[in-house]
Design a binder for this molecule. Sequence first.
Ligand code: DGY
Length: 321
Amino acid sequence: MSNRPVVWITRTLSDNTLSRARRDYEVIVDPADLPASADTIIEMSQKVDAIIPCHSEIFSADVVAQLDDRVRIIANHSVGVDHCDLDALKTKDIVVTNTPDVLSDATAEIAFLLLLGAARKAIEGDTLVRSGQWENWSPSFMVGQQVSGKRLGIVGMGKVGQVMAKRGRGFDMEVHYHNRRQLSPEEEQGAIFHESLSGLLPNCDYISLHCPATEQTKRLINSETLAQLPKGAILVNTARGALVDEAALLDAIESGHLSAAGLDCFEVEPGGNPALAKHQNIFTLPHIGSATFDTRDAMGFRALDNLDAFFSGKAPRDRLV
Ligand code: DGY
């Protein structure tokens, strides 16, 4: 019998990740590729030494309390860890890691796709051409918002936020940001720091969210904060659905206070929000910020690097708890 650690990989990761995992560990992976329920997580914890979950598996305090002591590490295949109750995992002495850095480019690419698509009416235009209803052209037809020369506000200037800022500079945008700490001048690259969110908001023609979902940031974008944006602003969210009060967003879109939005994340996932989806000036995607072949490999490898370190007695690079 093998004495290699047993690792449960909850979802179908990239082929390269699965090959490497199988090379080094006893791997359990369910080809059904569905989010694991609380009961499944608790049951599987009796059979494995480590879990590589995605954000689709919820480790609430209640679930964590029922985990078998056999599980010693949760090596997340995600940068976001709002699906994990870190305090409960700490109490249980379970190590938790994530996969920062490696998905910053891919996520900023999707954020920029949403920003451009929302600004330039991508959904409306695509629907028109695709449906065969494009019958006329005029200089007053489908006129959108210019991106170059405008102000891009970034909430959360971590790795993804910094790449987003760089992309914004590439489009000649003036970058403003709000973050827990002011970045160094090298990191800022000319971006203008605002100590508070309410200091940032009036300075945004576009606002892109790149902060984690925590108790403090939940519904950060709500009727009050939306009202502080200039009329006609555009909101982009590739971080977490929990950051936005979707009813308030809907009101802001319907009143015309926001001219458009681009959303890769929703309060309810999978599924999204049908009330938002009715509006062609809301460009929606199904939480695919990090979904590129390169990035999926990089995320899988980073999770495995963390496992390798842990099982060889070293400190995992991305240890959170
Ligand atoms: C992340 O890494 O947090 C992405 O949202 C995918 O899970």
